[in-house]
Design a protein around this ligand. Structure first.
Ligand code: TXA
Ligand code: MG
Length: 361
């Protein structure tokens, strides 16, 4: 079968049911022969390679320009496949898997000797998850191997939620992308370390802290409060990098008293200085003003619906970038439920945070 290519990267159209099976078979063969393939998950697109092969995994780091000390998540189809990757599975891992797998929860466990050092960046632990996307599961199943996969973007830029985003960043740098349309969740998985008791939240994501606490009925240490500023050696290497950022500087205006006024004052100040700012606003705030017709504005959903905002976040940042704005002003949301993951990403992307008056810092 001939597939379309962009700069030598194959485009495998898996949303077309007539071609999905062949597309998956092609992607699986690439994984089995040591290549790298981007594929959709429910959170964001991942860039996959055989987790057991040091040379294959090294290609992921090269394609993304990813620092070698940032470990990868290994994707599997279920707990049976986790067994060979880890030294032990604590009972709370079974409980969490029962509730949240397949789904956007990544568990950090003590690793076995099966995986090469490059996959876990030399750590003695491994992060594992079962993605909740039929194409991701079909691909892992067909390849019959554990798939190491970070988000399929250039290191530091917003994660991809469409095959188009993957192509924009990685065409010519990877073997293929399995095109499965838009991702449903839009932000990455929650990363929870089970290496110690109580468990430690390393990254808020698709499964909320509130839901984890309800299921575990025990405390969880939240290392990500207030954007997760970590001093010294971070327990999860990914915490220390600037992340998820568009090329334009991002100014985040925190939720709180006078937020709308603070956004408009900032906008006017930047315009007065001859700059071209773009805005990322909720429906409520955008509705309170009228903007000129070609104004670079992304309306990402209601303040009451952070799940929709999460799904649109990275696409909105990429579109504002493509409009060549000088600065992106982003409206902050409440830091609860899915808003926690959203604000974590925005804080990491931000060059400046305009704090709410009376905020407890
Ligand atoms: O939703 C997701 O998690 C997506 C999709 C593709 O599954 N993947 C993803 O991967 O976001 P990545 O590489 O962009 O983020 C993985 C995060 C990083 O912050 C990394 O430091 C952390 O997980 N991590 C991986 N292995 C770890 C380990 N052994 N200990 C602590 N943190 C780890
Ligand atoms: Mg990433």
């Amino acid at each position: 079968m001939e597939w379309p290519e962009i700069k030598g990267t194959k485009i495998l159209p898996a949303s077309d049911p007539r071609r999905a099976e062949e597309a998956i078979r092609c992607a699986a063969t690439i994984l089995q022969t040591g290549g790298v393939v981007a594929f959709p998950t429910e959170t964001v697109y991942g860039l996959g390679a055989d987790a057991r092969s040091a040379t294959a995994v090294q290609k992921i780091f090269t394609a993304k320009n990813r620092p070698g000390d940032n470990p990868l998540i290994v994707h599997v189809t279920g707990m049976e496949q986790v067994r060979e990757l880890v030294r032990e599975i604590p009972s709370r891992a079974y409980l969490l898997a029962q509730h949240f797998w397949p789904g956007p929860l990544t568990l950090v466990l003590p690793k076995s000797d099966l995986l090469p050092a490059v996959t876990t960046a030399g750590l003695l632990s491994v992060a594992v998850r079962v993605p909740d996307h039929p194409l991701a599961l079909a691909l892992i199943e067909a390849a019959a191997l554990p798939v190491a996969a970070p988000s399929a973007n250039l290191s530091g830029s917003p994660s991809p939620t469409t095959a188009g985003h993957v192509i924009a960043d990685l065409a010519g740098r990877i073997d293929a992308v399995l095109d499965g349309g838009d991702c449903r969740v839009g932000v990455e998985s929650t990363v929870l370390s089970l290496l110690a008791v109580p468990p430690v939240l390393l990254r808020p994501g698709g499964v909320t802290l509130e839901r984890l606490r309800t299921v575990l009925e025990e405390d969880i240490i939240d290392l990500c409060r207030n954007g997760g500023e970590i001093r010294g050696t971070p327990p999860s290497p990914g915490m220390k990098y600037r992340h998820y950022a568009p090329s334009a500087p991002l100014y985040l205006v925190e939720m709180g008293e006078g937020q709308e006024d603070r956004i408009i004052a900032l906008l006017k100040d930047l315009q007065a200085r001859g700059m071209r700012p773009g805005l990322m606003l909720t429906t409520e705030t955008a509705g309170a003003f009228t903007f000129p017709s070609h104004f670079p504005l992304e309306v990402v959903g209601s303040q009451k619906d952070p799940k929709t905002v999460a799904r649109r976040l990275y696409g909105a940042l990429r579109r504002l970038d493509s409009e060549a704005v000088d600065v992106i002003i982003a409206e902050g949301l409440a830091e609860e439920e899915m808003g926690r993951a959203l604000m974590n990403r925005l804080r990491k992307a931000a060059d400046r945070v305009i704090v709410a008056p009376n905020a407890k810092i």
